[in-house]
Design a protein around this ligand. Sequence first.
Ligand SMILES: C[S@@+](CC[C@H](N)C(=O)[O-])C[C@H]1O[C@@H](n2cnc3c(N)ncnc32)[C@H](O)[C@@H]1O
Length: 203
Amino acid sequence: MLVGVGLGPGDPELLTLKAVETLKRAHKVYVPGRLAAELVAPYAEAEILEFPMLTDYEVLNAVWKKNADMLADESKDNLVAFGLIGDPNFFSTFTHLKRVMNKFYPGVETATIPGISSITSFAAQTGSEVDSSFEVSDGSDSKFRVRLKASKPLEIIESYEKEGFDKFTFCERLFSDREVIITERDKIPEKGNYFSIVFAEKE
Ligand SMILES: C[S@@+](CC[C@H](N)C(=O)[O-])C[C@H]1O[C@@H](n2cnc3c(N)ncnc32)[C@H](O)[C@@H]1O
């Protein structure tokens, strides 16, 4: 299994228990750079995988494929961890590696362990507060929306569809034993509860 492990925003004390446990158990740990290697160092010796900062998708795809080729065999029967700054599912090389791995090596299971992201943790460090809708951008077009307090998911989805969103995930009480995750549009219920999120995507 190939697991993306969130290492948090840079403070060695801001790794989760699950991240530490996974790094200790892993057969092999890879990272994309020195800072990540330093955060992993107390638990495992990490190998740095090359992920150049490029914008040419053709070249990038070739690099992701090369890395997937390299990790596929050992990830099939062993726990292989890929440690990333912040959270592995936000603006991270791991999402691309995972996508390419799933496409070319469907026999390799993939998963992610969330990490404390710079997107939320900057507020603690700078004394900032966010208590209404906000935007996170890397300068590219906006393709995603996260709706909190989604107690009327269907109503929310219908209004988002008018804005061009066409893929939805509804989730409720995540990480609890009453967790609900629904990705089929037609199965999303009319009512959620307070601990509900709608995640919307468009091309
Ligand atoms: C490729 S994104 C990675 C985001 C990361 N996966 C996360 O969840 O925080 C890199 C950008 O995240 C922001 N970032 C990440 N860690 C940061 C930190 N410790 N302090 C300030 N910005 C940070 C910077 O804007 C940086 O350009």
